[in-house]
Ligand binder design. Structure first.
Ligand code: NI
Length: 215
């Protein structure tokens, strides 16, 4: 019984902290105060530490012994490498499993995107972005492939927030991508996807470099 309740508190704290990191409520590089979090939720420090160790395992947090926990920051090289792996996964899935993409879902997303028009919000955009890229991955129908993509997905969710000024362009590229998938044009779809991911990567790097200059 004790074990179960402890796990559930840790899991709840894990989810709360992960959300804060992914939404960048906790800025990259920020030190995380375990005592403050424990006090806020009226719990002991242990489950907070356990949650942070899980996030450390996932690569979202860095644990510096005797110093504390920090939201992980990424070098330009790391960003390029993570985005290269992402591209590998998505291009592979689109190339080898084009025929099994859920077209009904792609059509639904395409209609949703057209409806957004000028009311495109960050929230709507993020949701569509995640759904569209996951549909490509899910076309593989390969559980190991999908699971390993999901493991790195959290890392590039953080990068999304370094990529805010590109939302309109990405939206346009998503529209073109869905349209070429619906029309059955695999080569064109691959081309759009590759360019989209390259441009996202460039924009993230530019933003990181701008931040480093000003900060
Ligand atoms: Ni996208």
């Amino acid at each position: 019984m004790m074990q179960i309740s402890k796990i559930s508190i840790t899991e709840q704290i894990y989810n709360i902290l992960k959300e804060k990191i992914l939404l960048q409520d906790y800025e990259i590089g920020k030190k995380i105060n375990t005592k403050e979090i424990a006090n806020e939720f009226n719990i002991s420090v242990m489950p907070v530490r356990d949650a942070l160790l899980q996030l450390d395992n996932q690569g979202l947090i860095v644990n510096k012994p005797r110093v504390g926990f920090f939201v992980r920051s990424f070098s330009k090289k790391e960003i390029i490498e993570i985005m290269e792996v992402r591209k590998m996964y998505e291009v592979y899935a689109l190339e080898n499993h084009f025929a099994t993409i859920n077209i009904k879902e792609i059509e639904r997303i395409n209609i949703l995107m057209k409806d957004f028009g000028k009311d495109l919000t960050r929230e709507k955009f993020d949701q569509i972005d995640t759904e569209l890229h996951e549909l490509i991955i899910n076309a593989s129908d390969n559980d190991f492939f999908i699971e390993s993509y999901i493991k790195i997905e959290d890392l590039f969710v953080i990068f999304k927030h370094l990529n805010k000024d590109r939302m309109g362009n990405s939206h346009h590229e998503h529209l073109k991508l869905t349209e070429s998938i619906i029309s059955g044009n695999k080569e064109k779809s691959l081309d759009i996807l590759k360019k989209h991911l390259d441009q996202v990567t460039d924009s993230i790097i530019q933003n990181i470099e701008r931040k480093q200059k000003t900060g």
